[in-house]
Ligand binder design. Structure first.
Ligand code: MN3
Length: 205
């Protein structure tokens, strides 16, 4: 069994003008594909691991032998993170989270705009390459920065909303201007997807 690149749920140009088509295409067909390919290469001949979903693999990373663990962390993490990232966005999105998630955001962060400020500050504060995440941790919402392709799943957290702040996510259009990219990204956040992840996470917790 091998891992495969999921199709984007929209065309490459769908998130224009906020995220440009060329960046989306390269990000999906080159960067994400490479994580998938390298994960497959690392687990080749190890059916006991490659038969697991990437989420299960990351959630039980300590059981992966040392020789494969870094590859699973980096490429499995990259595969999982990007799979969520694509679904976390949609054309004509933005807007507000559903009631259940909105209430939880108010409880944890005060209100939605305060959450957006904190999440933005976290994304801008990631040094070098990494991600900002909204996660469910022990049933509570938290904002969690992560370096490289480290997945919150490795720490037993459920990722709900992720923002890729690697330069490859924005350099073509925004060059070094990460703040502009982050500001634009809020316009394409697919709160429907995030709310559904939250509902599933709470149910499973
Ligand atoms: Mn990326």
């Amino acid at each position: 069994m091998s891992y495969t690149l999921p199709a984007l749920p929209y065309p490459y140009e769908a998130l224009e003008p906020h995220l440009d088509a060329e960046t989306m295409k390269i990000h999906h067909t080159k960067h994400h594909q490479t994580y998938v390919d390298k994960l497959n290469a690392a687990l080749e001949g190890h059916e006991e691991f490659s038969s697991k979903s990437v989420e299960d693999l990351l959630g039980s990373i300590s059981t992966v032998p040392d020789v494969m663990q870094t590859a699973v962390r980096n490429h499995g993490g990259g595969h999982s993170n990007h799979s969520i990232f694509w679904q976390n966005m949609a054309a004509g999105a933005g807007g507000d989270p559903a009631d259940n998630l909105a209430g939880a955001i108010d409880t944890s962060f005060g209100n939605l705009s305060s959450f957006r400020e904190k999440f933005t500050a976290t994304a801008l504060g990631v040094f070098g390459s990494g991600w900002a995440w909204l996660v469910l941790a022990d049933g509570k919402l938290e904002i969690a920065p992560r370096p490289n392709q480290d997945s919150p799943l490795m720490d037993g957290m459920i990722p709900l909303l992720g923002l890729d702040v690697w330069e490859h996510a924005y350099y073509l259009k925004y060059q070094n201007r990460r703040p502009e990219y982050v500001k634009a990204w809020w316009n394409v956040v697919n709160w429907k997807d995030v709310s559904e992840r939250y509902a599933r996470g709470v149910k499973g917790a």
